[in-house]
Structures are given as structure tokens and as C-alpha cells.
Design a protein. Structure first.
Length: 256
């Protein structure tokens, strides 16, 4: 249930997050973020703050593309008496990506596992495919479009679609700002499983603004604020969904 920043996803599809040493095909990135709220596809997974670490490795030039593995986790900083305090999420992703100029195609599998007294024993798997295209790129700005499809193979057997646009621009020689927007859409099985409501429908709408700044050649810091809305009012009584909800996050990452 990784709440991927759509802005980061679009830039990754454009290849701007790839860090490849010339002398090695292996590259990686690790980081940790602090979120005020954890909202996944419009569902408020936690209204308490959470710490979300992650690490990813990529091996380039494996055939025509690159093979990647990543781990992402979330631990809620809730009161000890709360169920949220007893849920730890661990997500594992294997993927293969192809790049051809401004166009990127990626396919993979995500395994979601939950630990802790409130989440022990629950897990499910999704397969996904994504497509990204760069709209433009200059010395100080770039933008791109993305489209992704996620299919639950274990639980709901439903499909979730996401269409996004994102861009970044330089504020000065060190600080980069980003803006992104996205719309999620679920089929009937997805919406019954996650929102308790049948019928194909828009699931969530997201807007985010971010800034990032390098500390040195390896480390960088970032911050973001976001807005998420679930426009289908029939979802409101089924689960706790985002109704004009906002979040903020700060993070630090390292590339190697």
C-alpha cells in the first residue's frame, strides 16, 4: 500500500531518478520519510504520523532494460493503545523497465505484508504495468505523463488504474520544486474490496507540491504537501476515506 508520490513516480518513469555509476551497472537509492498521514488510494490507512523507510537496487543493461528490487515499509507513530500502533507494513517490489528516449515501460509484481498484532497474517499480491512519456525537458524544467494499471491477484481480484502528470523546475542552483496531479480509477471488484461499493468509479484525486535540495553528491533532503479527495460519496460509509484531506512529509535520501 505504498503511497507513492505521483510526482516521484512520473520522474522515475522519465528516468530522472536513475543514479548509475559509469563503472558499474548496479545503482541504488535509500531513504526515510516522515508523513503526517498515510493515505493509500484515497483510503486513510492511518491518521497518525508514520515513518516510512525504503531502499531500492537496480541492475542496468540486463537485456534491453533494467531489473530492479525495492523494499518499502511503514510504521505508525500512534498511541500504544491504538490498533494503528500495532501495524507494520512491508512491501517488496520486483520490476523490469525499458527506456526508449522519452518513453518508458515497466512491469512488475508487488507483495504487501502486514505484521504486528493488528495486521499479522494479512498479505496480498499485485501485478502491475506502467507507461511514462516525457512531455518536455529543458535545462531548468521538465514534465511527463504516466499511466499505470494494478491487478490484485489474491484478495479483491480487482484492477486499479492511475493517470498522472508531474513536472519539476529549478528555483535556484540548488533547490528544485515539483508539482503533480493524479486520478485513480477502480473497477467494480476493486471498489467492492476496498471501498465496500460496487460499480466502476473514480477512486481518488491527488495534488502535490514538493521541494528538494542536495546536501552533497550522495544525500538530499525533500519536503512536500499534498491534497487527496475521494469524489464518490458512496464510499464514505464503507471505509475511512479522504474527504478533502491534506498531508505533509519530510525526508532524506541517499543515492549510490
Amino acid at each position: 500500500m505504498k503511497k507513492l508520490s505521483l510526482f516521484v513516480f512520473v520522474l522515475a518513469m522519465m528516468g530522472s531518478l536513475s543514479v548509475k555509476a559509469e563503472e558499474s551497472r548496479l545503482s541504488g537509492e535509500a531513504g526515510i520519510d516522515y508523513y503526517t498521514d498515510y493515505i493509500w488510494r484515497g483510503i486513510v490507512a492511518s491518521s497518525a504520523p508514520s515513518v516510512q523507510p525504503g531502499i531500492g537496487l537496480s541492475y542496468a543493461d540486463l537485456g534491453p532494460g533494467s531489473l530492479s528490487f525495492s523494499y518499502w515499509g511503514s510504521s505508525y507513530l500512534a498511541d500504544a493503545e491504538s490498533d494503528e500502533a500495532n501495524v507494520i507494513e512491508n512491501d517488496y517490489t520486483f520490476s523490469y523497465a525499458l527506456d526508449a528516449g522519452p518513453v518508458s515501460i515497466e512491469a512488475g509484481v508487488i507483495y504487501y505484508a502486514f505484521a504486528g498484532t493488528a495486521g499479522d497474517g494479512y498479505s496480498f499480491t499485485e501485478v502491475y504495468a506502467s507507461f511514462g512519456v516525457g512531455l518536455f525537458e529543458t535545462d531548468g524544467a521538465s514534465a511527463g505523463l504516466s499511466f499505470a494499471v494494478y491487478r490484485d491477484t489474491d484478495d479483491t481480484k480487482g484492477t486499479y488504474y492511475n493517470l498522472g502528470i508531474g513536472g519539476e523546475f529549478s528555483l535556484n542552483e540548488t533547490i528544485t520544486a515539483g508539482l503533480s496531479a493524479g486520478v485513480g480509477y477502480g473497477d467494480s471488484r476493486n471498489n467492492v474490496g476496498y471501498y465496500g461499493n460496487a460499480g466502476d468509479s473514480i477512486a481518488d484525486i491527488m495534488l502535490e507540491a514538493s521541494v528538494s535540495m542536495p546536501i552533497n553528491e550522495t544525500f538530499s533532503v525533500s519536503a512536500a504537501v499534498g491534497y487527496i479527495n475521494v469524489p464518490n460519496s458512496d464510499f464514505d460509509d464503507a471505509v475511512k476515506v479522504a474527504e478533502d484531506d491534506t498531508y505533509a512529509k519530510i525526508g532524506i535520501s541517499a543515492s549510490f
